[in-house]
Design a protein around this ligand. Structure first.
Ligand code: PLP
Length: 395
């Protein structure tokens, strides 16, 4: 019996989740596995976050909330945009969902018509293309490899635009590459977009605070005010405050677009759990010392991994500027010992060396693997050793 319709069977389950599950299974069977497949901080959120959640439960009165999210959290988000990004958003220009992922899902659910094209610079986060496809859109991947600094240029954007282009998706700092767009990079894209007034921009800024080197973060919204009425800024508390399982993401954009997203929310999940929203509000409004400390930890780990990886000759590695991943070129390993593609390299690494990674093809860039650096120093050192051993054995 086939239970799935064409929409469902046309997409795959999240590859990074699937790999993490496979790694968990091997570990449960007694194998020594270092799992660097998933991107989630390996420490707890600041104590006042849990305290705010407890307080919300103790205070009671937890009922259905507004589809757009609680007023208290939207106020905290509005303050965040003003303080950190010098952007003013009214409460009805802000929405809250179960993670940034659901915001992206709702935005496309509300706006895409069959055949609409969404331009996605590749490599890109594993879920973008499938979320687009699920809503009848066509992902248009634009290759932005290491020679382009893993970033979309104005010329490449221009070449990708057709009469069907509905959205441009941007993600800075990037998962999986860690590349950060500068104000100049965004201005070049703005110049092209100003000639195409129908195109909307979704800027996923969820790694805003995970900065590893001297490259500063700048919001697309701040650089491109001329595009304000067609820009959706997507963010969340998962990465900044180590709150992946709390499932709170948010977005700011034009009122009518936000209202359409809220409508999707009201007819699907109703609203986000109030306890999680109270915790997220405490995270955003509370002491931010945790955020800088977390960034310092990731920067130190990125250094540790980079030092080890730069000694392995056969791989390509560009130090990430942000986020918490190492995106490693394994093109020179392909063809050796029957390793036909990056997925085979990742499988060999997991099955024979006990290191779980995500192949670049999952990010629309074959020939690479991604390791998360959100792990202990010991795990990261072990991971680099295992990778080095595999590379040596293929010589
Ligand atoms: N966007 C990017 C680029 C991500 O890497 C992730 C998670 O890995 C998300 C969005 C989803 O975040 P959330 O936990 O808020 O759904």
């Amino acid at each position: 019996m086939n239970y799935e319709n064409g929409r469902s069977s046309g997409i795959k389950a999240s590859p990074s989740m699937a790999i993490a599950m496979a790694a968990k299974k091997l570990r449960a069977e007694g194998r020594d596995i270092i799992d660097l497949s998933l991107g989630e901080p390996d420490f707890e959120p600041p104590a006042h976050v849990a305290e705010a959640a407890h307080e919300a439960i103790r205070a009671g009165g937890i009922r259905y909330g507004p589809a757009a999210g609680s007023e208290a959290l939207r106020r905290a988000i509005s303050d965040k945009f003003r303080k950190e990004n010098r952007l003013d958003f009214a409460l009805d220009e802000i929405t809250i969902a179960n993670g940034a992922k659901q915001i992206i899902f709702d935005a496309f659910l509300a706006t895409l018509e069959p055949g609409d094209e969404v331009v996605i610079p590749a490599p890109c986060w594993v879920s973008y293309g499938d979320i687009v496809a699920l809503h009848g859109g066509t992902p248009i991947y634009v290759e932005c490899g290491p020679e382009a600094g893993f970033k979309l240029s104005g010329a490449r954007l221009e070449a990708a635009i057709t009469p069907r282009t509905k959205w441009l998706m941007l993600n800075s700092p990037s998962n999986p590459t860690g590349a950060i767009y500068t104000a100049g990079d965004y201005a070049a894209l703005e110049a092209i977009l100003s000639r195409h007034p129908r195109i909307l921009v979704l800027s996923d800024e969820i790694y805003e605070h995970i900065l590893l080197r001297d490259v500063p973060f700048v919001s697309f919204g701040e650089v491109c005010p001329s595009l304000r009425d067609r820009t959706l800024l997507v963010n969340g508390v998962s990465k900044t405050y180590a709150m992946t399982g709390w499932r709170v993401g948010y977005a700011a954009g034009p009122k009518a677009l936000v209202a359409a997203i809220n409508k999707m929310q009201s007819q699907s999940v109703t609203s986000v759990c109030n306890v999680a929203q109270a915790a997220a509000a405490a995270a955003l409004a509370g002491d931010q010392a945790f955020v800088a400390e977390a960034a310092r930890t990731f920067a130190r780990r990125a250094d540790l991994v980079a030092t080890a990886l730069e000694k392995i000759e056969e791989i390509e590695f560009i130090r990430p500027d942000g986020a918490f991943y190492a995106f490693i070129g394994v093109r020179r390993l392909i063809g050796k010992s029957n390793l036909a593609h990056d997925t085979a390299v990742a499988a060999h690494l997991l099955n024979d060396y006990g290191l779980s990674s995500v192949p670049g093809s999952a990010f629309a860039m074959p020939g690479f693997i991604r390791l998360s650096i959100a792990a202990s120093d010991q795990e990261l050192q072990g991971a680099c050793e295992r990778l080095a051993r595999m590379v040596t054995s293929l010589r």
